[in-house]
Design a protein around this ligand. Structure first.
Ligand SMILES: [Fe+2]
Length: 473
């Protein structure tokens, strides 16, 4: 190789070196990670030239040998420098790769936290509008499971008798086949028959390591069930209100924080639900006291209100009324004859058939009932059903002679329940009618006195619940 060729080659090497240096400064090279190959090419090229130079050494003249030696040294130096730079670059690349991985991990963790907080927020919103204790507990279990990738979950409510099972979750059929028999073994009449610590949230990263866990359980725990968590939910008095038990592959401190957040929100929601239900029960008890006043006055209809309430709510349930509407039917049924308070005792308790005038006075009771409760805000909606419970589909009812769609569905339901009980109950002047005969009357008056759909629904309920016939007989 001629001197000018070597100079040119070295210039080229220098320019590559400069390029690498610039790229290194910009650090982009570290991310792209493509220069190891190029440096390898350059090294190979240098080694190739050196080998040619060494092979040709003997053929060189003295002055040429000096030049060769000079360039050989220079090339060797460059080669070493390139090796060193490559090592530096590789080290920096590894370090940056580690930083990138760490940033990705932190980003993942942050995303998980945001997701957890968002879910906790939605859970808080959902539970503030729900006052059913069991539904709240089911919702909590359903919400926690996906975040901790749990394989098994169970939620218990604290009762006087102990911890009563409310709901369970099994990730798949395999988990069910393993853990369902274990759970059944430790349940007695639906209550947990096993001592667990309930002072605070407990995390067990390896259940098998805990001496108080029976060997029979440990033997069956697969990797999917090796970690456990017990999450007690407390009320304001720091008493245990409910407990959530989870099993999964892995739980740690971060899950403990999440579990405690859920337990706190759930604890508040359960307190609110209790307050709401206590208040609601107090209201219903007051309504019941009012209704009982009728039974005291009208001694021949004892038990009538309870039976009409029972039949009416059963029909409404079969018609898929929501909770709120169902409760209104229940209260309307309890209060349907409240207007009888305003009917003289001698007419109400007359041990014989009523005269036309007397019957006209009795017929005022739906209107009187309406007047009594219509101005009570919580009973305003219900007062309409009380007023309409003696209306007929064909318009021949009282007090307003309303027809079909003018009558509320609730009033149509109470009408069927009331008529059936009135027909089948004993009165001082007659014996209660035979059940089949009463049913025939309901069927024969479908579409005239009674709503067809409500009669059919009542008969379906009747067929499915033979016991109510026996109770009436
Ligand atoms: Fe009535």
């Amino acid at each position: 190789m001629q001197k000018d060729e070597l100079d040119s080659f070295l210039d080229e090497l220098m320019s590559i070196d400069d390029y690498l240096q610039n790229r290194k400064n910009k650090k982009r090279i570290l991310l792209e990670g493509t220069y190891s190959g190029k440096i390898e090419l350059v090294k190979n090229e240098i080694n190739h030239i050196l080998s040619i130079l060494y092979k040709q050494e003997m053929k060189f003249e003295e002055d040429e040998l000096e030049i060769v030696e000079y360039y050989t040294k220079k090339l060797k130096y460059k080669n070493t420098e390139l090796y060193s730079r490559q090592t530096e670059l590789e080290a920096a690349h590894s370090q940056l790769k580690a930083y990138t991985e760490e940033i990705e991990r932190i980003n993942c963790e942050l995303n998980r936290r945001v997701k957890e907080l968002r879910n906790l927020f939605y859970f808080s919103q959902d539970v503030t509008s729900n006052f059913d204790k069991n539904e709240l507990l089911k919702k909590a279990l359903e919400d926690i499971i996906p975040f901790v990738n749990s394989s098994f979950g169970a939620v218990f409510v604290s009762q006087k008798e102990g911890l009563e099972l409310v709901d369970t979750y099994y990730k798949d059929s395999e988990i069910y086949s393993i853990f369902h028999p274990i759970l059944e073994k430790y349940l007695k009449n639906g209550y947990l028959d096993y001592d667990i610590s309930l002072e605070a949230t407990q995390i067990y990263s390896h259940i098998r390591k805990y001496p108080n866990v029976p060997q029979s359980i440990c033997d069956q725990l697969t990797d999917k069930l090796k970690a456990g968590a017990i999450i007690p939910v407390f009320n304001k008095k720091k008493e245990v209100n409910a407990v959530i038990v989870l099993l999964g592959e892995y739980f740690d401190g971060s899950e403990k924080y999440l579990f405690n957040c859920y337990a706190n929100v759930l604890g508040i929601a359960l307190e609110n639900a209790k307050l709401y239900n206590d208040k609601h029960q107090m209201f219903f008890d007051t309504v019941k006291v009012l209704a009982n006043a009728i039974e005291v006055k009208d001694t021949y209809t004892k038990g009538h209100v309870d039976r009409v309430t029972k039949y009416s709510t059963a029909i409404a349930k079969k018609l898929n009324f929501d909770k709120n509407r169902l409760e209104k039917v229940r209260i309307a049924a309890v209060l349907h004859d409240i207007g009888k308070i305003g009917i003289p005792d001698e007419i109400l308790n007359k041990p014989a058939r009523l005269t036309e005038d007397e019957f006209n006075i009795i017929k005022l009771h739906p209107l009187k009932g309406y007047e009594i409760i219509k101005d009570i805000p919580a009973l305003k909606d219900i007062s309409i059903h009380v007023k309409q419970h003696h209306e007929r589909i064909d318009g021949k009812g009282y007090p307003e002679g309303l027809k079909a769609n003018q009558i509320s569905l609730e009033a149509k339901i109470i009408s069927v329940a009331d008529a059936f009980d009135a027909m089948t109950s004993d009165r001082p002047y007659r014996k209660g009618m035979n059940i089949d005969k009463a049913i025939n009357i309901l069927v024969n008056n479908r579409g005239s006195q009674f709503d067809e759909y409500v009669v059919d629904t009542f008969l379906n309920y009747f067929q499915e619940n033979d016991n109510i016939i026996k109770e009436n007989e």
